[in-house]
Design a protein around this ligand. Structure first.
Ligand SMILES: NC(=O)c1ccc[n+]([C@@H]2O[C@H](COP(=O)([O-])OP(=O)(O)OC[C@H]3O[C@@H](n4cnc5c(N)ncnc54)[C@H](OP(=O)(O)O)[C@@H]3O)[C@@H](O)[C@H]2O)c1
Length: 323
């Protein structure tokens, strides 16, 4: 089968097509013939050499989310049969014609969704559901702020938060990106290149913030939170350290937390998948969450897909199609 490997840590040009044997599913796994895979910012960090753990080994196959059809099931798998259409979270190996997946990390392709649309879901939905709703406990009627609103994570967070009754604010790096966030249901998106989000949202206050930016956003986020507010980090692209006032945290009883999905245990991801199927899949069926795909590349053009992601020109998801 054809796969895309990281030949060595570096720029998009280190991504190359290689031939590898088709893997066999273990007893708890299914073998999926992959039709589409999502490109996520963590893939870029992995390609560069390191993301949330051990350095990337040369020959690693990137790819954290896929959709396709089941072609073989392991001896212990009862839920899935050959020909079932699934999308799945994988820790690596998604940029490939076939992938083996823990059967519990698969979800059915929502009715009426293409493989490309379904493959755009797992990484961002799992991340957002866990951080915003399970940990952050965002509830209907609360104010929610997501930075990078036009990112894959951002479009997911906006839509889920709106669907579940929150008032949503976001930041993004351009007027067109802001318009896209507002079309998805955000009450207001702030173009951080021309406006200061803290000054703009001071009058509102925020109950839950999902931050991937860090740096000088850290102290601003803390100042914006209402009493009992929650700040969840999923990255710190502008830097992980900050000068913060602990008395603010005490006075308003704030909770600051964060997490990284990829290194979590298979059991954790299975429980998360089950909760998502119960809570999020009905929202997809009800049309309360739309796929938002910016561009689809053939598998052999994974390097171009990475170039696009690093340009930050995209709004929504970048996908790979596997013919
Ligand atoms: N912890 C986890 O488990 C986990 C899982 C998945 C993803 N993530 C993280 O989530 C983030 C988004 O991932 P993705 O795959 O959705 O990538 P993506 O689509 O490339 O998103 C990155 C976004 O950050 C925005 N951005 C950059 N600087 C900004 C700033 N100063 N203020 C506001 N927005 C800014 C970019 O838009 P502009 O260029 O227009 O600003 C872009 O929309 C990444 O940092 C990724 O590592 C974490």
């Amino acid at each position: 089968m054809k796969v895309i490997v990281v030949t060595e840590p570096g720029g998009p040009e280190v991504l190359r097509v290689q031939e590898k044997p088709i893997p066999s599913p273990a007893a708890n796994q299914v073998l999926v013939r992959v039709h589409a895979a999502g490109v996520n910012r963590p893939d870029v960090f992995l390609r560069k050499g390191k993301y949330g753990g051990a350095p990337t080994q040369p020959g690693m196959v990137l790819g954290l989310e896929i959709a396709g059809e089941v072609v073989e099931v392991g001896a212990e798998v009862t839920r899935w049969q050959p020909n079932d259409a699934v999308c799945a979270l994988v820790a690596e190996g998604g940029y490939a014609e076939y992938a083996v997946v823990d059967a519990r990390h698969c979800l059915p392709v929502p009715a009426g969704w293409s493989f490309e649309e379904a493959a755009s879901l797992p990484e961002t939905v799992f991340t957002v559901w866990h951080n915003v709703f399970q940990k952050g406990q965002l509830t209907s009627g609360e104010n929610f702020l997501v930075h990078g609103g036009s990112s894959g994570i951002g479009i997911t967070a906006i839509q889920l938060a709106v669907a579940l009754g929150a008032k949503v604010f976001s930041t993004a790096g351009g007027d067109e990106k802001c318009r896209a966030c507002e079309e998805l249901g955000a009450t207001r998106c702030i173009n951080y290149k021309t406006q200061d989000f803290e000054a703009e949202l001071k009058g509102e206050g925020v109950d839950v913030i999902l931050d991937m930016i860090g740096g000088d956003y850290i102290a601003k986020n803390i100042r914006l939170l209402r009493p009992d507010g929650r700040l969840e980090f999923i990255n710190a692209m502008q830097g992980p350290t900050a000068d913060i006032n602990v008395l603010d945290i005490m006075a308003r009883r704030l909770t600051i937390s964060g997490s990284t999905l990829r290194p979590r245990s298979a059991d954790f991801k299975a429980e998360l998948a089950a909760d998502i199927e119960k809570q999020v899949w009905p929202l997809l069926a009800a049309g309360k969450f739309k796929p938002m795909i910016y561009k689809v590349f053939p598998l052999s053009e994974a390097a171009e897909a990475h170039h696009l992601m690093e340009s930050s020109a995209h709004i929504g998801k970048i996908m790979l199609r596997i013919e």
